[in-house]
Design a protein around this ligand. Structure first.
Ligand SMILES: [Zn+2]
Ligand SMILES: [Zn+2]
Length: 1192
């Protein structure tokens, strides 16, 4: 702190006698100063020291003055024993008196009650109370002070004691101070946390602090003089004490002396006061001097990069990290005179010593300092610098380096006083310093070199200087505010800027200088014009985009917009530099500008870095592509720029550049890629317009604008592409339309259209096209595919060569629809006999595999019919086909029967009667014994037979069957059952019931149950079974004499009995005689014997061949037609004739398969199934066989 004299006065009386100033005080607003001088109270204007008024009222020396805190009045006390209360308008308000001289006055800070103290008493006065309350006291009161809360008044007594009084004047405490001399000055602290601390001085030259309770705080300090006045200020941080030392000293609140304020006076200083705003103070002296000073608080600080160390409250060092905003405080408890900071070192100079601190760690953000060394020396210096291992002290022209132990190492003497020192770094013990001298010289000094080097010279005293980051440039500001920047290499002046008060190079960027001037901050790069912005204060540091400014004793960190400098570089196409500036911190927008500018100037490296920063991968891709091309030698500038512009969407400009480079095709591609076909048109060049339209059409197709695409394709004659789209889209109508416009010669497209139409089920439309193309086969297949058989067959009628095209698929279709007979016929019509057989055989096999034996039987029957039919069409087929027919017939019967047996085995609860099952299984046994068809299980047949036989009591037969079964491989699940049956059968009698034995109706022989064929063992007559119950029917077949045709035989049989005349009877008889004589066993008969009932002996083996009766015409005539059944087989088969030997038993034949049935059975089946159970024919189905398409 410095004090600058503002004004002074010296008071003398009329006789030029010095008038001691015993007391003075400011009014609360600080505009007036009240001074006790001689008999008068003087009022000064504080601004310039004008005496406003000299108040007269006292008759003797005025000892004390005091202003009320509310500013309404003040009081003066005098040796004339009176107290006068004055108004703020300087009028005497009232006067009261004590019994002796008034020593001191103090207004209560809260109640504005006035305490007036004299030698033997003290009093309280307030405007509210009319009387003055007086309190006696046994010692002289030299000083008094109210506590800050106005509750207690401390009285300093001439006997060295302190008396604490409450507002009523009662003594509440008393500090006796043995052997203490008189106390002349006391004051309660005003520090917020120490308000009950009383500062006491006495005439033993000591300074002490007490609590309200009278406890001594710390210890007494000797201040070296007798104090007359104590005043706290600066929020209680400091104390001013004046007295016999003829000066006013400043102390910390702990009593540490900080220095002297104002000048040394020539007499005792009796009083002092601090202006309410604390910028001014005043002292009053014995010799009448009133000295008024301005207080200037010097900034004691140091800065190294982001660390700023400064003094606070005179005794504390605050280290502020300007980036992290962290702060630490070091309390030195002594007046700090200088602070120096460098790297991890901090030096603090105190009056008697220098303390060196260091950081705990190397962490750039560490803020923990510890004491490293103490140099106990009193140094006089104007500048202090700390280096790695040295302290550098500067005083006037002298620069000294010393170790941390206080040993002086080197001394330099310069031509002129040193004004500014900047440490420029270097290894420890060799650090360099740049010195700015009063004479304008700038020197460089190194700690290990005794010889300074003159760097540059400026016209006037150096105010400050700074060296750039890489030490390439030196900026010097002189006293006139001119900043000059020199190259350090040759000392050449690079540029200069006027009106500068402070400078700082960017510690992260060589070429950037910050300059502060009056209310302006300039940023300068290279020698471009400086960028200016508003700023109050001084720039002291610049790091990246952070600028450190000192303004009104506080350091602030500001974000520096670096866009300006960056744009300057960009304007000058200095992209690398612009990038480096950008790296210090610019906005996203600035980065974009840099990126794009660099790119447009083909500075790919910087552009790449900028786009990486922006994370714009699209542009990075583009740059890589351009760089690739560049490497391959594709260096056309216009084209590259064009590409960049195109990428940015500046198509017009890009196209123009492509054109300029003679590469119109790139423009064309660009526009067509962008679907900007109109613009593309302008760059067609030699290219065919067709290409463009095709691209346009392709695009339209891609974006599903199919109609437009089709129109465009058609316009350029690309019918195929149009058709493809229409086909994909299923636009049948349009396809037809396109097809109609096409010439017949354009087969390819027409066929494609037809194919599409076909696929779209528009067979008529497709057919139309095929017809135009004359492709009737295709038309046919269309109809076939659509199963439009009528249309198909109508074409075949005129073009029989395509018959196969229709019949085969038709047959398949029929077969798929279970119309096998029709299918067969269709195959026949198509001439595909093999196919016909094959399909049916396959169906048959499938049916067997799937155990659909009734279906298998049916298919065999159909197969048999086919065989027959073939013979009818082709006589040569007869020898081959007839056995096939018979075999199929046999199989049909077997599978038909086996179906029922199978069902019984699979589903034991069938409705079949045991007799029926017995008959069926016995029928099967006889049929398969010699030739078992694949798919029929002999075991099943025998097993079923044995069970039924047992049920029916045919024990012998059961045993026989079981014996047969034993020779077969018995399925595991039946094994036990068969064995049990075999054992139990042994217990029964070995015979069969006679009514169960099959009787031959031809020869009346009972056949054994166990048989290997379906013929009579005696006569060889084939048994005829009912095809429902499979019992043996009383039918006996007869043959015709060779000369009789089937038709004649039928006529003869059907001749009514009345027409059968006697002649014929004779003939009949004669015939019999002639033809059947060998049948006669008995010679004497009247009537010819019925050849069917004649019991015949077939002992002669040769007779078996003729077991079948053969009838002549008379025989036929004699037959009762109702007892004759005729199987009217179609050719080439002959009719078969049967006689029913039990005419009461009604039997009928199926009209189609000629199987025999009991009438009741057959009619029931017809009712249930609607057709013959065996051949599935009915009058109805027979009609369907004659399918409408097969009737040609
Ligand atoms: Zn027989
Ligand atoms: Zn039938």
């Amino acid at each position: 702190m410095r004090s600058v004299p503002t004004w002074a006065d010296k008071i003398q009386d009329a006789e030029k006698q010095e008038q001691c100033i015993y007391d003075l005080c400011f009014n609360p607003n600080g505009l007036q100063l009240i001074v006790a001088s001689g008999n008068r109270v003087l009022v000064y204007d504080t601004t310039d020291g004008t005496l406003i008024q000299a108040l007269k009222g006292h008759k003797d020396t005025v000892y004390c003055v005091n202003y009320a805190k509310n500013g309404q009045k003040f009081a003066s006390g005098s040796a004339d024993k009176t107290v006068i209360i004055w108004s703020s308008k300087l009028e005497g308000l009232l006067k009261y008196s004590h019994s002796d001289a008034i020593q001191c006055l103090s207004y209560n800070p809260l109640s504005n009650q006035l305490a007036s103290c004299a030698i033997t008493d003290f009093a309280f006065w307030s405007a509210e109370q009319k009387s003055v309350q007086k309190h006696k006291i046994n010692s002289r009161i030299n000083a008094c002070s109210w506590t800050n809360d106005g509750q207690y008044l401390a009285l300093a007594l001439g006997n060295g004691a302190i008396s604490i009084r409450n507002k009523l004047g009662e003594e509440k405490g008393r500090f006796e101070r043995p052997n203490s001399p008189s106390i002349w000055a006391i004051s309660w602290s005003i520090a917020p946390d120490e308000q009950d601390t009383l500062c006491v001085t006495d005439w033993n030259k000591s300074l002490s602090f007490y609590t309200l309770g009278g406890k001594l705080i710390g210890k007494d300090r000797n201040i070296g003089f007798d104090a007359l006045k104590v005043k706290y200020f600066s929020k209680g941080e400091f104390i001013m004490i004046c007295g016999s030392n003829k000066a006013c000293n400043m102390y910390t609140k702990d009593g540490i002396k900080l220095g002297t304020i104002g000048d040394q006076q020539s007499s005792w200083v009796w009083c002092c006061a601090v202006h309410p705003d604390e910028n001014f103070m005043v002292v009053g002296c014995q010799d009448g001097t009133i000295a008024y000073y301005q207080l200037v608080f010097n900034t004691v600080h140091g800065l190294y990069k982001e660390r700023y160390a400064f003094r606070e409250n005179m005794t504390d060092v605050i280290i502020q990290h300007l980036i992290t905003e962290q702060k630490v405080r070091i309390k030195c408890r002594d007046l700090i005179k200088k602070i120096a900071i460098y790297k991890h070192r901090l030096a603090v100079q105190l009056p008697e010593r220098v303390i060196i601190y260091e950081l705990y760690s190397n962490d750039s953000n560490d803020m923990h300092y510890r004491v490293k060394e103490k140099i106990t020396q009193k140094l006089d210096c104007s500048l202090l610098v700390i280096c790695g291992e040295h302290l550098v002290v500067c005083q006037e022209r002298t620069l000294q380096s010393m170790t941390f132990q206080g040993v002086q190492e080197r001394e330099w003497l310069l031509e002129s006083p040193i004004r500014y020192i900047k440490i420029i770094g270097g290894p420890p013990k060799q650090e360099g310093l740049i010195l700015g001298l009063k004479n304008g010289q700038v020197w460089e000094v190194h700690l290990d070199n005794p010889f300074p080097i003159l760097k540059v010279r400026v016209p006037s005293s150096v105010r400050c200087l700074d060296l750039s980051q890489r030490k390439q440039k030196l900026a010097v500001v002189d006293e006139t505010g001119l900043c000059q920047v020199f190259s350090t290499k040759d000392g050449e002046l690079q540029y200069q800027e006027p009106n500068t008060n402070s400078i700082a190079w960017n510690t992260q960027y060589e070429d950037m200088l910050a300059l502060s001037g009056p209310n302006v901050l300039s940023i300068k790069i290279e020698n471009f014009p400086a960028h200016k912005q508003k700023l109050t204060g001084f720039v002291v540091g610049l790091s990246g985009s952070k600028v450190f400014c000192l303004s009104e004793n506080t350091m602030t960190t500001l974000d520096l917009p670096l866009s300006g400098p960056m744009y300057q570089y960009i304007e000058n196409k200095m992209f690398a530099e612009a990038h480096r500036v950008a790296c210090l911190g610019v906005t996203e927008g600035d980065w974009e500008e840099l990126a794009h500018s660099a790119l447009e100037n083909l500075n790919f490296e910087i552009a790449r870095l900028a786009f990486v920063k922006l994370q714009d991968y699209g542009y990075l891709e583009l740059i890589r592509d351009l760089q690739d091309r560049q490497r391959k030698g594709d260096n056309n500038h216009d084209v590259m720029i064009g590409d960049i512009l195109a990428y940015k969407g500046k198509f017009k400009e890009a196209a123009r550049l492509y054109q300029k480079a003679g590469q119109e095709h790139k423009a064309l591609t660009m526009y067509t890629d962008m679907r900007m076909f109109d613009q593309a048109q302008d760059y067609l060049g030699s290219n065919d317009n067709t290409t463009l339209i095709r691209q346009k059409a392709d695009w339209a197709k891609n974006i599903n604008e199919f109609k437009a695409a089709v129109d465009m394709y058609l316009s350029i004659g690309d019918t195929k592409a149009a058709i493809d789209i229409l086909g994909e889209q299923g636009s049948a109508d349009q396809l037809v339309e396109v097809g109609r416009k096409l010439d017949k010669a354009e087969r390819g497209p027409l066929i494609e259209i037809a194919e599409h139409l076909k696929r779209l089920d528009k067979s008529n439309a497709a057919a139309e096209i095929y017809k135009r193309l004359g492709d009737s086969a295709a038309v046919l297949s269309l109809h076939v595919n659509a199963m439009e058989w009528a249309q198909a067959f109508s074409i075949v009628q005129t073009q029989p060569q395509h018959k196969e095209l229709v019949y085969v698929p038709y047959a398949h279709w029929l077969a798929e629809n279970d119309k096998f007979v029709q299918a067969q016929r269709a195959f026949h019509k198509a001439g595909r006999l093999d196919e016909a057989f094959h399909v049916l055989q396959q169906l048959t096999r499938n049916a067997v595999d799937e155990c659909r034996y009734h279906d298998a039987g049916y298919y065999y029957w159909v197969l048999g019919q086919q065989c027959l039919e073939l013979t009818r069409e082709n006589d040569e087929m007869l020898p081959k086909m007839l056995p096939k027919y018979r075999e199929n017939e046999r199989l049909a019967g077997i599978f038909y029967a086996y179906h029922s047996l199978h069902r019984y085995l699979e589903e034991p609860f069938t409705s079949f009667m045991p007799e029926a099952l017995f008959n069926i299984s016995r029928f099967l046994m006889t049929e398969i014994t010699e030739n078992r068809p694949k798919g029929i299980s002999l075991f099943n047949v025998l097993y079923c037979l044995s069970k039924q036989a047992k049920k029916l009591g045919a024990n012998k037969f059961t045993k026989q069957i079981l014996d047969k079964l034993q020779s077969l491989k018995i399925p595991a699940k039946f094994q036990e059952e068969v064995e049990l049956a075999t054992i139990s059968a042994r217990a029964r009698s070995y015979s069969d019931p006679e009514d169960l034995l099959p009787m031959c109706y031809r020869c009346s022989t009972y056949n054994p149950l166990l048989a290997t064929s379906n013929r009579c063992v005696n006569c060889g007559q084939k048994f005829v079974h009912s095809y429902v119950s499979f019992e043996i029917l009383p039918l006996v077949e007869f043959h015709l004499e060779d000369s009789i045709t089937d038709i004649e035989a039928v006529r003869l049989i059907e001749t009514p009995p009345g027409d059968k005349d006697h002649n014929m009877k004779d003939e009949w008889r004669q015939e019999i005689n002639e033809n059947a004589e060998t049948l006669q066993l008995d010679a004497d008969y009247e009537e010819p014997k019925d050849p069917f009932t004649t019991r015949m002996s077939f002992d002669d083996e040769s007779n078996k061949e003729i077991a079948t009766a053969t009838l002549n015409r008379a025989g036929l005539l004699a037959l009762d037609s109702s007892a004759v059944l005729i199987c009217k087989h179609p050719p080439p088969l002959r009719y078969q004739f049967y006689r029913n030997l039990l005419p009461d038993l009604q039997i009928r034949l199926c009209d189609y398969c000629f199987k025999a049935f009991h009438v009741d059975d057959f009619e029931l089946q017809l009712l249930q199934k609607g057709h013959c159970p065996f051949c599935r024919s009915s009058s109805e189905t027979q009609n369907i066989i004659d399918d409408e398409y097969l009737t040609f």
